[in-house]
Design a protein around this ligand. Structure first.
Ligand code: FAD
Length: 468
């Protein structure tokens, strides 16, 4: 069954000719969602919003024709990889087209070795396939989201921030972690821009508001054999301190260090026999770092309870319990669960963790992911809570901030109000030049590009944010 199309979208569909498109209501409903429902506030605002047409270009030529036709007919476009983004980034607020990028999945080139290795691939390339192909030539991605098995390269760049590997290499935004992007503008005759250097932050983590990413060029690391390891502790702060020591141990090659408070780890059902009711540090270290890790765990009074080759336990890699997956595991059991995203950094991040854990640990148990930001080791801390209302979010935000913690607001789809991306005059000028009709993911920039009548009350909840 297809929806009856009207007006500009019907005219667009007629002009698309052989470019694959679909107006099946069930497919549209699925393709118009991401993981916004991690937030009950966004769930109330965004449930039921859908695009009118899914267009799936088979190659870059078809993608450019689609952009040109959308510009001609003034039809809004929301780019979509796999829709694993959070915050409603990929939810269309103004109907129009979902531009499905998943058929743009070619490897363009791979070259170099060691720290000099790099890859260029199309934006719809699945991250797991890309990493698998790279490993066959002794290379691997420096970092990937915990959704590697179900996200695209372009979606990670346009919607993500950091992930597995960031404890070693820093966050995506750090200089050198993205090398270049091929971006198409949305005009009757789309232009191709090569975005590099100081221009990268304009397009990275911008929810696709300023053009369609066609290709991504990324630096690589030498592939290593990784081990999934869990060390448990009776005390959460001992787990946090061990994690910090491991993250700081430059001699141990590592991809993940994630202390998880016991009330959250309890939702990792497959791991219960290993973790019991303890606080757990989930880690990925290179094979040859195992001995040093065990010695460090002994020194901190931890128990090594799990040690497998990556993904060697029930085919599920350990990173799929960390980052956004921790919240997902809790939500599977506790539908009203939700979260904040915090950064503990500065002179003594562990003291901030201790203070937050002591004051809010019962209501807001934390999972921590250690990561480097511009060379400095920092702690991303995500409290997962049983949601009682927006006033709880405000109270916790203010409480955390009073202890020196920076808080991003994951309960808004507005790009700058989330607090992980700054919008300045140069960014707005770029958006206007790349997308003169305001068709790319409209409504996501507060005060600049709002869609009349779109929900968005909670977007104005105040939070300090941690864009820099
Ligand atoms: C359980 C879970 C765990 C997660 N873990 C992490 C994590 O560890 N690290 C992290 O950074 N993020 C994480 N995320 C969020 C993260 O952004 C996504 O998992 C992933 O990177 C998005 O890829 P995707 O292909 O699903 O993108 P989508 O959700 O499809 O898109 C994300 C955004 O990018 C835009 N976009 C997509 N493709 C293009 C393109 N070609 N051109 C322009 N714009 C485009 C979309 O419009 C949307 O705004 C997690 C999310 C979940 C639900």
């Amino acid at each position: 069954m297809t929806n009856a199309l009207h007006g500009a979208v019907a005219a667009l569909a007629a002009d698309l000719g052989g470019i694959s498109h679909d107006a099946d209501p069930q497919r549209l409903a699925v393709a118009s969602r991401d993981y916004y429902w991690f937030s009950p506030i966004l769930a109330a605002e965004l449930d039921g919003l859908t695009a009118e047409l899914i267009v799936t270009p088979r190659d870059q030529d078809e993608a450019l024709k689609t952009l040109a036709l959308c510009a001609r007919h003034r039809v809004p476009i929301t780019a979509r990889g796999c829709g694993t983004g959070t915050f409603g980034q990929a939810v269309p607020l103004a109907g129009g087209v979902i531009l499905d990028t998943t058929a743009l999945d070619r490897l363009v080139w791979v070259g170099g070795a060691g720290r000099g290795a790099a890859v260029r691939a199309e934006a719809g390339m699945p991250l797991d396939r890309l990493d698998e192909e790279l490993r066959q030539s002794g290379r691997e991605l420096r970092m990937h989201p915990s959704t590697k098995r179900g996200a695209t390269l372009g979606g990670f760049i346009a919607g993500g921030h950091a992930g597995v590997g960031s404890v070693q290499w820093g966050i995506l935004r750090d200089r050198g972690n993205i090398l270049g992007l091929k971006l198409a503008t949305v005009e009757e005759t789309p232009r191709i821009l090569e975005i590099r250097g100081n221009d990268l932050p304009t397009v990275h983590h911008a929810y696709g508001v300023n053009g369609l990413i066609l290709e991504v060029e990324m630096p690589l690391a030498a592939a290593l054999p990784w081990r999934d390891v869990i060390v448990t502790f009776a005390d959460f702060m001992d787990a946090a301190r061990f994690g910090w020591a491991l993250a700081s141990a430059d001699g141990i090659a590592k991809k993940l260090v994630a202390p998880i408070a016991a009330p959250l780890a309890r939702h990792f059902h497959e791991l219960t026999s290993a973790i019991g009711g303890a606080h757990a540090v989930l880690a990925m270290v290179a094979e040859e770092g195992g001995e040093a890790l065990r010695a460090l765990a002994d020194e901190h009074g931890g128990r090594l309870v799990f040690d497998h080759a990556e993904g060697g336990f029930r085919d599920r890699p350990l990173y799929e319990y960390t980052w956004g997956h921790t919240t997902l595991a809790v939500k599977n059991d506790v539908p009203e669960a939700t979260y904040l995203i915090c950064i503990f950094r500065g002179a003594d991040p562990l003291e901030q963790v201790r203070a937050v854990h002591q004051q809010f640990g019962a209501e807001a148990p934390l999972h921590l992911e250690y990561k480097r930001i511009n060379g400095e080791l920092a702690v991303e801390g995500v409290p997962v809570i049983r949601y009682t209302g927006p006033e709880q979010i405000e109270r916790l935000t203010q409480g955390f901030e009073s202890l020196g913690v920076k808080v991003a607001n994951p309960h808004t789809y507005f790009l700058q109000n989330g607090g992980m991306h700054k919008i300045d005059a140069a960014q707005i000028a770029f958006k206007r030049a790349a997308d003169p009709y305001g068709l790319m993911n409209p409504g996501k920039i507060a005060g600049v590009d709002e869609v009349a009548g779109a929900p968005g009350g909670a977007g104005h909840l105040r939070a300090s944010g941690w864009a820099y």
